[in-house]
Design a protein around this ligand. Structure first.
Ligand SMILES: NC(=O)c1ccc[n+]([C@@H]2O[C@H](COP(=O)([O-])OP(=O)(O)OC[C@H]3O[C@@H](n4cnc5c(N)ncnc54)[C@H](O)[C@@H]3O)[C@@H](O)[C@H]2O)c1
Length: 370
């Protein structure tokens, strides 16, 4: 088992990464949420039941409740927060008691937000079960729900007591979700570590196809290490944490116009966004053509789609630009864009879309090759 410490201003907490460690939940709980007499596990109907059974192993000292929610992004809504907090009140949970998120990023964001507001904050544990949530959303304390105007508009920064990553939960995860998680792993390498990028080039296929648990565990460990390094420096995204948005502004625009449907899932949109951001880095004179070529080579090797033809056309392009301008990272005029100086080195620039994405996308649309 591997262990990492996240050291933010508001909280210091461990991440445990290993195989078959769900059944050790009680062991970690005793140390990192020791006064919790009651536990509410929040999960969804797609998560195999045995994960909940394993998590409850030896959990004799605490009273354990669970709530199984429908699957999908639509549960990141205020009605579910009310449902969860009503349940907590009904069972007399106090601030020492604990919420456990057992599921992907959707469950983690919802459960984390509920934890942060119930009685102004109760203990919270992340048990992520998708690759994306294991390498990204379970670490760093961003929690939130959506409203009808946008994604994660209502939220908080609320760090968990600990994160328990059992890589065996990935066995039941569909291949498409493995690719989506891999996109975020690849992101860390592109913005922070060229050696890691080369390592992923070599080993990525075995990770995505789940051919080697040791490689998966190393990729998760490295990703969590980078995520915790960044959030430890800048927990509330005042500046540095923004590098984690590499490829995400365009990705969010694609997700918004497709209404967060299964037509394209987050990680797939990020893959497209990262290629566009790399091309932009090259066009603006930061990234060398050779390095852009290396990135495209990796995408081709793994058969990753990076064409956005299916989602953007002459008719909806202005809408896409409008969505990008309304991004949380925009002040209405200028927008923060993450650029690659080289593979493994990134910087955030504040500029207008007119100087960056708009000409590039318009040129693509004109040429028809994108
Ligand atoms: N808080 C953050 O920092 C942060 C960062 C990135 C993404 N997010 C959020 O995370 C969400 C996306 O997370 P996600 O990609 O994990 O999606 P998700 O939670 O919707 O999970 C994807 C699918 O996999 C299923 N699933 C989960 N674990 C499984 C398992 N072990 N076996 C089989 N099926 C399983 C889910 O039920 C779902 O159908 C979005 O809402 C996004 O906004 C948050």
């Amino acid at each position: 088992m591997k262990r990492l410490i996240v050291n933010t201003k508001s909280k210091k907490y461990p991440i445990f990464i290993g195989q078959d460690i769900l059944c050790k939940f009680n062991h970690f709980k005793k140390k990192y949420a020791k006064n919790s007499k009651k536990i509410l596990v929040i999960s969804s109907n797609r998560i195999p039941k045995k994960y909940l059974t394993n998590l409850r192993t030896n959990l004799k000292d605490s009273k354990c409740y669970n709530i199984i929610l429908p699957d999908g992004e639509q549960i990141k809504q205020s009605v579910y927060i009310i449902k969860i907090t009503n349940l907590l009140s009904k069972y007399n949970f106090n601030r020492n008691d604990c919420i456990v998120a057992l599921g992907g990023g959707v469950i983690g964001d919802l459960a984390g937000f509920a934890s942060s507001i119930f009685k102004r904050g109760i203990n919270f544990v992340q048990v992520p079960t998708t690759l994306l949530s294991q390498v990204d959303s379970s670490v760093g304390g961003k929690t939130g729900i959506n409203n009808k105007f946008g994604k994660n508009v209502i939220g908080s920064f609320y760090q968990p007591n600990f994160v328990l990553i059992d890589i065996n939960t990935l066995y039941s995860l569909p291949q498409r979700e493995m690719v989506a998680g891999f996109a975020e792993i690849l992101k860390y390498s592109m913005i922070l570590d060229k050696k890691f990028f080369n390592w992923l080039f070599k080993n990525g296929k075995k990770i995505i196809e789940q051919k080697n648990q040791r490689l998966i565990s190393t990729a998760i460990y490295k990703s969590c290490k980078y995520k915790s390094f960044v959030v430890s420096k800048d927990e509330r995204e005042n500046d540095y944490r923004a590098i984690l948005n590499f490829g995400h502004t365009f990705a969010h625009a694609i997700e918004t116009i497709t209404h967060y449907s299964k037509k394209i899932i987050h990680g797939e949109a990020v893959l497209i966004g990262m290629i566009l951001a790399s091309r932009l880095s090259c066009k603006l004179g930061y990234l060398k053509k050779k390095e852009l070529g290396d990135i495209i080579k990796l995408f081709k090797k793994f058969n990753f789609n990076y064409s956005y033809k299916k989602f953007v056309n002459k008719q909806n392009a202005n809408n896409i630009f409008k969505i990008m301008n309304n991004d949380k990272k925009s002040d209405g005029k200028k927008i923060k864009i993450v650029i690659l100086k080289k593979i493994g080195k990134s910087l955030v620039i504040k500029t207008t879309l007119n100087k960056t994405f708009i000409p590039l996308i318009k040129e693509d649309l004109k040429n028809g090759k994108y």
